[in-house]
Ligand binder design. Structure first.
Ligand SMILES: CSC[C@H]1O[C@H](OP(=O)(O)O)[C@H](O)[C@@H]1O
Ligand code: ADE
Length: 298
């Protein structure tokens, strides 16, 4: 058996609709059993490492946080052979020290979203994976090393409050998330994305780009899109710079994930083999193919 190869998937959030330095670049359609992804996927390589880039909201920002086809996006990346997913996201900050322009390598989430499909599994094939540690430490460390090379101030570790949106938080919510729940950043998209990546046995790291102080900060007033776009315009190139440095850090040859992200389904399937629905199994061919084996053609 050949050695496993790294394939980096990048999900670009608000303000990040392209990546730099890609050779042999080509936009391609990817079909999935969960519908169409947010857009075509840009594939190519940086040096010896294969890359796949997907703009989360689509080019031209056509999807709202609630309408992003999260399952199709993760399935499509898995189908392309992606092993490691870097999510890039614009976020509000709940911490004075996490200032607009900074990066945060997020490692925990509070999921307050409620109007999204959150699992690949369900009736016909039930599974329960652990998301106690929802991000990959190895990939997070690689992001931190790449971030250090960009020179951007970077905070290692932080809790991301995922809200449904599309409206920003009320002042009372902003204070609750900051003062009572102790969250560090707020955004609208990393859930269920991170949970689905875990179900698909993909390593997942989240790079938050701080764009604002949400609404709690007495000196900064309430957040609005104009402020966010102004910050993104000045800083999105830093995220692209970080992404372009990742392949050199991760390298082309891939050892099994020390955190076990790539084996998340090992003991997760609950439905007895003779009770599993063949149609449901067929939809799981990419995300759970490793544990389910080839679908039954009969
Ligand atoms: C443009 S402001 C709100 C918007 O920006 C963030 O998107 P993403 O996480 O994809 O960078 C936030 O989650 C909202 O969707
Ligand atoms: N303050 C904020 N709340 C939610 N999502 C955001 N994305 C960027 N800033 C945000």
């Amino acid at each position: 058996m050949g050695e496993a190869k790294t394939v980096i998937g990048v999900i670009g959030g608000s303000g990040v609709y392209e990546i730099d330095g890609l050779e042999d670049a080509r936009w391609q359609d990817v079909q999935t059993p969960w519908g169409a992804p947010s857009d075509q996927i840009l594939t190519g390589r940086i040096g010896e490492v294969a890359m796949a880039f997907l703009p989360r909201h689509g080019r031209g920002h056509v999807h709202s946080p609630s309408s992003v086809p999260y399952r199709a996006n993760i399935d499509a990346l898995k189908r392309l052979g992606v092993t490691d997913v870097i999510s890039v996201s614009a976020c509000g900050s709940f911490q004075e020290a996490m200032a607009p322009g900074d990066f945060v390598i997020v490692d925990q989430f509070v999921d307050r979203t409620f109007a999204r499909e959150k699992s690949f599994f369900g009736p016909g094939c039930v599974a329960h994976v652990s998301v106690a540690h929802p991000t990959c430490a190895r990939l997070g460390d690689a992001c931190e090393a790449a971030a250090a090379a960009t020179g951007v101030r970077t905070h290692h570790g932080g809790t991301y409050l995922a809200m449904e949106g599309p409206q920003f938080s009320t002042l009372a919510e902003s204070r609750l998330y900051r003062e009572v729940w102790g969250c560090d950043v707020v955004g609208m998209t990393n859930m269920p994305e991170a949970k689905l990546a875990r179900e698909a046995e993909l390593c997942y790291a989240s790079l938050a780009m701080i764009t604002d102080y949400d609404s709690w900060h007495p000196d900064h007033g309430e957040v609005d899109v104009t402020e966010i776009i102004a910050t993104l315009t000045g800083n999105a190139s830093n995220a692209r710079d970080l992404v372009a440095r990742l392949p050199a850090g991760l390298g082309p040859d891939r050892a099994p994930c020390p955190c076990g992200c790539d084996r998340a389904l090992e003991f997760a399937l609950m439905t007895a083999p003779d009770k599993r629905d063949p149609e449901v199994l067929a939809r799981l061919d990419a995300v759970a193919g490793r544990v389910l084996g080839a679908p039954d053609k009969g």
